[in-house]
Design a protein around this ligand. Structure first.
Ligand SMILES: [Mg+2]
Length: 223
């Protein structure tokens, strides 16, 4: 009987990825819908906004909660949100390097529209060719076992760091008072996460020669 190679379970490096404000441009998508609802020009709703949208004066239309609910359940906010530049290609390269992508989202934090929120979210991930191994819909964001997290929400960053986790800030106007580590875009984030994974794993696997690369590989396979 051949001894063969011993079976060794290698624990993957898990990258916890927030959606709104990190993978998808929530502010731009929400602004389009709010401008229609308020019947104002989008220019009146600055993209440089606070976490609570105080610059947009949403109280004149029933407040943030009402407009967010309308946007999700009636206007396809989660289905049509523009992706943040570079997200799909960066995540494919990280995934190809053996990093386990775990999507973590707060999108069910209110008690309505769960079916459309979940369906629109997974459809959006497919449409935008974003790879992931698993997805967590959480009301709050406790530790979900990732080695490093990326988030734009100040409260999430503070809570993750308070619990001893490595949390990177995805730069947005409403989180600039937080200490680093911070990244301005997906290129910087990819470099930072690859370095952390390499340090943790000892080495990552570069893209194999001949293996189809790029976020549009599934479409090319289909056609
Ligand atoms: Mg977010």
């Amino acid at each position: 009987m051949s001894a063969g190679l011993p079976s060794v379970a290698v624990e993957p490096f898990v990258f916890g990825v927030d959606l709104d404000g990190v993978c998808g441009d929530y502010t731009t998508a929400f602004r389009t819908i709010v401008a229609q609802e308020l019947d104002v020009s989008e220019n009146e709703l600055p993209l440089e906004r606070s976490w609570d949208f105080r610059e947009w004066n949403l109280e004149r239309a029933g407040g943030f909660e009402r407009l967010h609910a309308l946007a999700v359940s009636g206007r396809g906010l989660f289905a049509d949100m523009p992706p943040i530049e570079g997200v799909a290609d960066a995540l494919w390269r990280l995934s190809d390097a053996g990093i386990h992508i775990r999507i973590i989202t707060h999108r069910l934090y209110v008690n309505w529209g769960h079916a459309s929120a979940v369906a629109d979210t997974v459809t959006w991930l497919d449409t935008n060719r974003i790879p992931y191994r698993d997805i967590c819909f959480l009301g709050k964001k406790p530790d979900v076992g990732a080695h490093v997290y990326i988030d734009d929400g100040p409260h999430n960053i503070v809570q993750l760091r308070a619990a001893g986790h490595e949390a990177i800030v995805f730069d947005q106007p409403y989180n600039r008072d937080l200490d680093g580590p911070r990244v301005a875009d997906w290129a910087e984030l990819e470099t930072m996460v690859m370095a952390l994974a390499t340090e943790w794993l000892g080495a990552t696997q570069p893209q194999l020669p001949g293996v189809d690369a790029g976020a549009d590989r599934l479409d090319r396979k289909r056609s």
